[in-house]
Design a protein around this ligand. Structure first.
Ligand SMILES: [Fe+2]
Length: 366
């Protein structure tokens, strides 16, 4: 089922060492051991994605953001952890490395780079997604790559690594960017079709990972990390620009660029927008968590009625667990810990893909 890596991934870039290092093989495991009790209401998959090169990379030019992705998923049902799977997201490099035909898609040899950042649900399908040019990859229920997708021809360019769902309108908001293209504000409807609502021409190409919105505006961060292939020393050509200021744009949600307002901001770079207060849950010595995910209890009335789930790497055992916390007792003991037979490398985003949402009721998988 699993075996130790045969290659030496442990030298060079710090993002190739310890739990940043890739795992070499895809894993399939059934009937995972559980400490505690998995809530019976949890029926679905707890997904996670991150960089995981399919072949040993050149450490000198390696960049964590630019590697082939690997999707991980834990299937829960009836209080049981039925399976855990890890699957490479089959970009061109991964398909070649695995001796497979490239997955089909609308743009062969174009927009076929690594996909390693996030998942989203569009229509009734789950996609692995990435920003800066490459198209989403549709995944089947067991995380196998099915095809590249441009959402039925409605995406003008690549997509984003971090769309946001609007519970009022049911649409997903996205800001897209890539070399040679204006920044785009794209809305994706429940029908799975994308609409480009605005094209924003800028004198440079800023890295824009996240998006925020209000009832009236889309928040457009124009910050001094820009596309600079001439000075990049790794496979990731977005770098800090000392000559550029920071500004935040407020774009009307109808996409009227003539009414886009810019506001100066402190020089900084921001990957994510967040609100509010903080609480701490200590997973114990040597144990480090990836991004936690809130899963609302079906029928919940209070906004924090549900569970916090996360993949937790245990450096003492060099293995990972999935830990489920009661969101209303965040600092308390876990209600369930599912023990995985492998480690899940540190990565980016994930989410809970509930089975009930397969009937198009769901916003997304994150
Ligand atoms: Fe993100």
């Amino acid at each position: 089922m699993n075996r130790e890596p045969a290659h030496d991934f442990t030298s060079g870039s710090p993002y190739l060492t310890a739990n940043f290092a890739p795992v070499e093989v895809e894993t399939t495991a059934f009937d995972l051991k559980v400490t505690g009790s998995i809530p019976a209401e949890l029926a679905g998959r707890f997904l996670r994605i991150g960089p995981n090169p399919a072949t040993p990379p050149d450490a000198a030019s390696y960049h964590w953001f630019a590697a082939t992705g690997m999707a991980h998923g834990l299937r829960l049902r009836d209080g049981k952890a039925e399976w855990f799977r890890s699957r490479f997201v089959k970009d061109a490099a991964a398909s070649t490395a695995m001796g497979r035909e490239p997955i089909p898609g609308p743009a062969p040899q174009r927009r076929d780079g690594p996909v390693n950042t996030n998942f989203t649900r569009v229509g009734d399908k789950v996609y692995a997604i990435v920003e800066a040019g490459s198209l989403p990859v549709e995944l089947d229920y067991e995380l196998e790559s099915v095809a590249r997708s441009d959402f039925d021809g409605t995406l003008e360019t690549g997509f984003t690594g971090h769309p946001k769902f609007d519970p009022v309108t049911g649409e997903q908001h996205a800001l897209t960017y890539e070399p040679g293209e204006p920044v785009r504000y794209v809305s994706v409807g429940r029908d799975g079709r994308a609409t480009t609502k605005a094209r924003i021409d800028l004198p440079h190409i800023p890295l824009i990972h996240d998006v925020a919105f209000t009832a009236s505006f889309i928040v457009v961060p124009d910050l001094p990390v820009t596309f600079q292939p001439q000075t990049a020393r790794t496979a990731f050509p977005w770098l800090w620009d000392e000559s550029r200021e920071s500004r935040i744009g407020l774009l009307p949600r109808n996409g009227d660029v003539s009414r886009l307002q810019w506001f100066s901001a402190p020089r900084c770079f921001v990957f994510h927008f967040v609100n509010g207060t903080s609480e701490v849950h200590d997973f114990g010595p040597g144990r480090m968590t990836l991004e936690p995910v809130f899963v609302r209890r079906p029928g919940a009335v209070q906004e924090d009625d549900g569970w916090i789930m996360s993949y937790v790497y245990d450096g003492n055992r060099n293995l990972s667990d999935v830990v489920i916390l009661d969101a209303q007792d965040f600092a308390g003991e876990p209600i369930a810990t599912i023990h995985l037979p492998v480690r899940v490398p540190f990565g980016f985003h994930g989410g809970w893909a509930a089975d009930t949402h397969l009937s198009r009721e769901a916003p997304d998988a994150s």
